[in-house]
Design a protein around this ligand. Structure first.
Ligand code: TMP
Length: 213
């Protein structure tokens, strides 16, 4: 790790059932195999406090949750995750792989729920300790494929189809606007093919950042 200044933050994004979690975990296994120090987290969650907030957010009994309450809970969980796990790991030059991060807030709470993007961006920057992914993989799947894959039961997953389409549209818009950071993966490909694509990109970024593979 000669010459590495700080770790790398890698996020995986996509609608529910896109296969992003499978890909994030496969990448973590690959990093471990190559003895590259890494940490895997999920947002919301991964800290004791964050997991409790996650339960509140996903509980179907909380159907009456206001969009602003929902936003602030996601940000609260992210804040704990950023300060408790991500920042120390990055300072320690580890690769942090996160299953979702700030872009999920923009896609779900802004593009789908309609909360104001500019304000949420400011709140998010405050909550996430200014952390921004160095690279974001978006697993792009169409609605039909998503339905095929998942058994959707929690409060967010059981939202109307139209809501999920707005989320998907939001992700694609962000990917177009941040071409340097985003890598859009074709969700129609098999798990193995997608993993090969991820590894191809990761090797390139690790080399660029001074890691030895
Ligand atoms: P998942 O990561 O297991 O798919 O579950 C997290 C759920 O929370 C998912 O429905 C997306 C949603 N979510 C938001 O609405 N906003 C956010 O900022 C994040 C991180 C997740």
């Amino acid at each position: 790790m000669h010459g590495v200044k700080r770790g790398i933050l890698i996020s995986f994004e996509g609608v529910e059932g896109s296969g992003k979690t499978t890909q994030a975990k496969a990448l973590v296994d690959w990093l471990a195999l190559h003895k590259i120090p890494n940490v895997f987290v999920r947002d919301p969650g991964s800290t004791e406090i964050g997991e409790k907030i996650r339960d509140i957010l996903l509980d179907r009994k909380n159907r009456g949750m206001h969009a602003k309450c929902e936003l602030l809970l996601f940000l609260a969980a992210r804040s704990q995750l950023a300060y408790e796990i991500m920042l120390p790991a990055l300072m320690d030059k580890k690769i942090v792989v996160t299953d979702r991060f700030s872009d999920s807030t923009y896609a779900y709470q802004c593009y789908a729920r309609g909360l104001p993007l500019r304000l949420v961006t400011i709140f998010n920057r405050f909550a996430a300790a200014g952390l921004k992914p160095d690279i974001t993989f978006l697993v792009d799947v169409d609605a039909a494929k998503r339905r095929e894959r998942g058994k959707f039961t929690d409060r967010m997953e059981t939202e109307a189809e139209d809501y999920h389409q707005k989320v998907q549209h939001g992700f694609l818009l962000m990917a177009r606007r941040a071409k340097k950071r985003y890598i859009v993966l074709d969700g129609k490909k098999s798990i193995d093919e997608l993993h090969r694509d991820v590894v191809h990109h990761i090797k390139e970024i690790l080399t660029r950042k001074g890691y030895k593979i």
